[in-house]
Design a protein around this ligand. Structure first.
Ligand SMILES: NC(=O)c1ccc[n+]([C@@H]2O[C@H](COP(=O)([O-])OP(=O)(O)OC[C@H]3O[C@@H](n4cnc5c(N)ncnc54)[C@H](OP(=O)(O)O)[C@@H]3O)[C@@H](O)[C@H]2O)c1
Length: 294
């Protein structure tokens, strides 16, 4: 991407957990337009329906030219999506196609943020980007639909970045939930049979910028290094928050049923990103320690 005066990147979902961190991590020389449903620092609520091609074209005409787009807006309520599949498909599926078409017309790249939930979790080694998908939930199916619609509309410019188990300074997240629960009680039970890589948005946001500014089309996997269960994630949260007098107890997914099925093992192989950046993202335990300030 050129460093011209047209170096202005559109960020959708800019008030969200990841989007807000993308704004804080903007590289030097890059201008941004952050949009979302609601206003937030540096974010405009433009009222643009991202599933409407005319409204998106108008946004590009009136607020562009853009040099790239990072699409972080999504329907992220994984369990509620089971009851609202059409709405989830509009936001997670259709909007990706519409944005990709607009970026194709503008001749610019688009980063589509996606998820490990496109896999069924039956693997025993980290998923490579080209591994066959098989989502288990409405959320996973609609995110996969978004990936496919974006590639159909803009094969040369679409960069799908799948990530997982996000937490960060803004928004509701797992470490915050665990610490909140342990303010009220001495122990908490957490599932120990689902494995992934907890990923800090502080680590992910610069990686997404690198994929936009230095990467190329195709599928990318981007998570913190290492793997663990939700139980491991909770134990590390307690350890780094310095409240090890509280108890985290392991339990099985069967004991804690949820409306949406989760993949039991969805660690992602991030080799392509590591090659682009010359180093892997931080280990999840180090990133969590940094986040919790110890
Ligand atoms: N969180 C995770 O663990 C995780 C894991 C893997 C992948 N991802 C992906 O990472 C991306 C960012 O997730 P996040 O955790 O930052 O989610 P988030 O905090 O829920 O942010 C998503 C943002 O999109 C906005 N949004 C929802 N519907 C919209 C619409 N129709 N038009 C425009 N904006 C809309 C939301 O606004 P409201 O809040 O007002 O609805 C919210 O501000 C998403 O693509 C998500 O699928 C997340």
């Amino acid at each position: 991407m050129s460093e011209s005066k047209e170096n202005k990147v559109l960020i959708t979902g800019a008030a969200g957990m990841l989007g807000s961190q993308l704004l804080l991590a903007v590289p030097d020389g890059v201008e941004t337009l952050g949009t979302d449903l609601r206003e937030a620092p540096g974010v405009e609520a433009l009222g643009v329906d991202l599933t409407d091609p005319d409204q998106v074209s108008q946004l590009f005409r009136e607020r562009g030219p853009f040099s790239g787009v990072i699409h972080a807006a999504a329907y992220t309520a994984v369990d509620k999506a089971e009851e609202e599949p059409e709405l989830a498909e509009r936001i997670n599926g259709m909007a990706c196609g519409v944005l990709a078409r607009a970026t194709a017309q503008a001749g610019i790249p688009v980063v589509i943020v996606s998820t490990d939930f496109v896999f069924d979790g039956e693997a025993s080694v980290p998923y490579e980007p080209r591994h066959p998908t098989n989502p288990l939930s409405v959320y996973g199916r609609t995110k996969l639909s978004g990936e496919q619609k974006a590639f159909e509309a803009h094969p040369e410019g679409t960069r799908v970045v799948r990530t997982q188990w996000l937490y960060g300074p803004r928004g509701k997240h797992f470490p915050g939930t665990i610490l909140g629960l342990l303010e009220e009680r001495d122990k908490v039970r957490v599932v120990s049979d689902q494995f992934g890589s907890p990923t800090s948005t502080l680590e992910l946001a610069p990686a997404l910028w690198d994929v936009l500014l230095k990467g190329s089309e195709g599928i990318w996997h981007a998570t913190c290094e290492g793997e663990g269960s939700w139980y491991d994630f909770a134990c590390a949260t307690v350890e780094f928050a310095g409240i090890d007098d509280r108890e985290v107890q392991p339990c099985s997914s069967e004991e804690f049923p949820r409306p949406a099925h989760r993949p039991p093992y969805s660690v992602l192989d991030c080799e392509r990103l590591t090659a682009l950046r010359g180093a892997p993202m931080a280990h999840w335990r180090d990133a969590l320690k940094t986040f919790l300030g110890s």
